[in-house]
Design a protein around this ligand. Sequence first.
Ligand SMILES: *Cc1c(COP(=O)(O)O)cnc(C)c1O
Length: 367
Amino acid sequence: MKAKKQIYGMTPYQPGKPIEEVKKELGLSEVIKLASNENPYGASDRVKHTLEDTAGHLEVYPDGYAAALRKKTADFLGVKGEQLVFGAGSDEVILMLCRTFLDHTTNTVMATPSFSQYKHNALIEGAEIREVPLKDGVHDLNAMLEAIDEQTRIVWVCNPNNPSGTYVNNTAFREFVQQVPDDVLIVSDEAYIEYVTADDYPQTMSMLADTPNLMLLRTFSKAYGMASLRVGFGIASPELISLVDRVRPPFNLTTASQVAAIEAIEDQEHIKQCVADNAEGLKELQNFCSKHKLTYLPTQANFLLIYVKVPGDVMFQALLKKGFIVRSGQALGFPEAIRVTVGTKEQNKAFMTAFAACLEEVNVSSK
Ligand SMILES: *Cc1c(COP(=O)(O)O)cnc(C)c1O
C-alpha cells in the first residue's frame, strides 16, 4: 500500500477522553467531562421527542438536499436556501472546503493556536500550511494578510477562537475582509456565536451580500447541544455554495439529524436559557481564578483557557484523579494552561472544589 505521502506524517484526531473510559481506568463512579465545549444541558426536550418519531422508516435514504432543514434555517437567518451548505458537523464543511479549494500547488493561512481541523484537512489535500501566531491571544490579522500570496486559496478566522475563546471585533474583521484579495476564500468559523456577548462582534451576516468570497460556519454541536447528531452548515453567496456542493457526499445528513435540527431551531427559548446559564457559570469560574491569582484569556465562548503555572498535563492528571476531564493546553498550543468547558451550576461548583484542591497539591499557590 502507498498512501498519499503527507498521510504518513499525520496522526488521527485526539478527542477529549470519554467519560466511560475514565470511570473504568480510575475506578470512579462519577466523572464530569468539561473538555469538549458541549452544552451541559443538552438539546431541547422537543428535539428528544422528535427523535422518537424518526425510527419508523430507517430503510429510506435521507433527503440529500435537506430541503426542510434548509428552508427552516434560511428563514431563521434571513438568507436564501441556496446560500446554505450542510455538513455532518461543521467539521465536514471544513473538509469539503479543503477538497474544493486546496491541492499541493496552493497554500492556506490560519492562526495558531486555533481549531485543529483547518490544518488537518488542508494537509490531507497536500496544501502548504501558513500558521500565524496569535498576538496577545487574538488573531493577528495584519500578519495573516501579509502571509497571503498568489497561491493562497483559503484564510481561516476562528471567531471566537478555539482554544483561546478570544474574538476578532467588527472593525478589525471588516478592515481585514476589505484587504483580502477577491479570489481568496475567507472562512469565519462561528461555532460559538450563540454565546457571544460582545457588542462589537462582527455583523458577518450583513457582509455576505457584498462579499462573495466569505463563508460563515455554524453548528448545532455547541449551544444547540446536539454534538452527537452531527449537523453544521456554511452560509455564503450562492456561487460559492454551488462550488462546495459538488464535493458534498450525497446523503451526508441523516434523517434523524435533519428532523432534530429543525426542531432545535424552533426552541429558541432553550438556547436563550443555556446561554444565560453559561454566562453565569463563566463569571463564577472567572471569579474563582481571580481569587486564586490565576490568569485566563477573555472569552466569548462556553469555555475558559486558564493559565495554571504548571504543565497543562500535570493539572489535567490531577483533575482526572478527582473525576474531572478537562483539556490540557499542551496539546492545544498553550503548554501551561487548561481549557475548561463551563458546566451546569452543580458541575461548576464541584469542579471549583476539586480545582482548588489540585492547586494546593501541585503547589501552584507558591509560584
Ligand atoms: C466544535 C467546533 C467545530 C466543529 O463542530 P461540529 O459541527 O461538531 O463539527 C468547528 N469549529 C470550532 C471552532 C469548534 O470549536
